[in-house]
Design a binder for this molecule. Structure first.
Ligand SMILES: [Zn+2]
Length: 185
């Protein structure tokens, strides 16, 4: 499962997933695939990181490190998984039994992994040249990676795409994204 724009001000992931979808019409992927181009659609429409309730959705997941304490702009919600976007994603992952989970973000330049994602992260990083790491460099309580990677041990990738022209972002990441779907790169 791949999703973009959990942060509404990171539209490059939406673009790249749209291009990936176009390619899948020509050739279906090698595994069951779910693509959510934009999770935080209100944020995307308004150009804001947070959702319409001003919650940072990537701090809203039910992980043991979730905390109500936060820096300005990183409100994690009143309780974990309070937000409709979070609830919808959690329900879909459970319903389809997704094991490989890829979140597209900006503006860093790295393939970050949690849980059992190291091998996939390193392969993707070979293809986009971004480098792979399991440390994004700052605490992320209540994040998607905390819940599904660190706690549930799934294959979680946080692909950080630097600010680029849309087509450049797609060209840099096309092979890495196709690889993640078992498509020829
Ligand atoms: Zn982000």
């Amino acid at each position: 499962m791949l999703f973009g724009a959990i942060h509404g001000d990171e539209p490059l992931g939406v673009y790249c997933l749209g291009k990936l979808c176009e390619q899948l019409i020509e050739r279906p992927p090698g595994r069951d695939t779910w693509i959510i181009p934009a999770l935080n659609i209100d944020g995307l429409a308004g150009g804001s990181k947070n959702n319409a309730n001003d919650v940072d959705l990537n701090r809203n997941f039910q992980a043991s490190n979730w905390t109500p304490e936060h820096k300005p702009g990183y409100f994690p919600g009143r309780i974990p998984e309070s937000e409709p976007e979070t609830q919808a994603l959690v329900a879909l992952i459970e319903r389809v039994g997704a094991q490989r989970l890829i979140a597209l973000h900006s503006p860093y330049r790295t393939v970050n992994w949690d849980g059992s994602g190291q091998e996939l992260a390193e392969a993707m990083a070979e293809l986009n040249g971004y480098g792979a790491s399991d440390d994004i460099g700052y605490p992320t309580p209540g994040s998607f990676g905390s819940k599904y990677g660190k706690e549930l041990g799934l294959e979680v990738i946080t692909l950080e795409i630097p600010f680029l022209e849309e087509d450049e972002a797609w060209q840099q990441n096309r092979a890495a994204l196709r690889y993640a779907l078992d498509l020829p790169t």
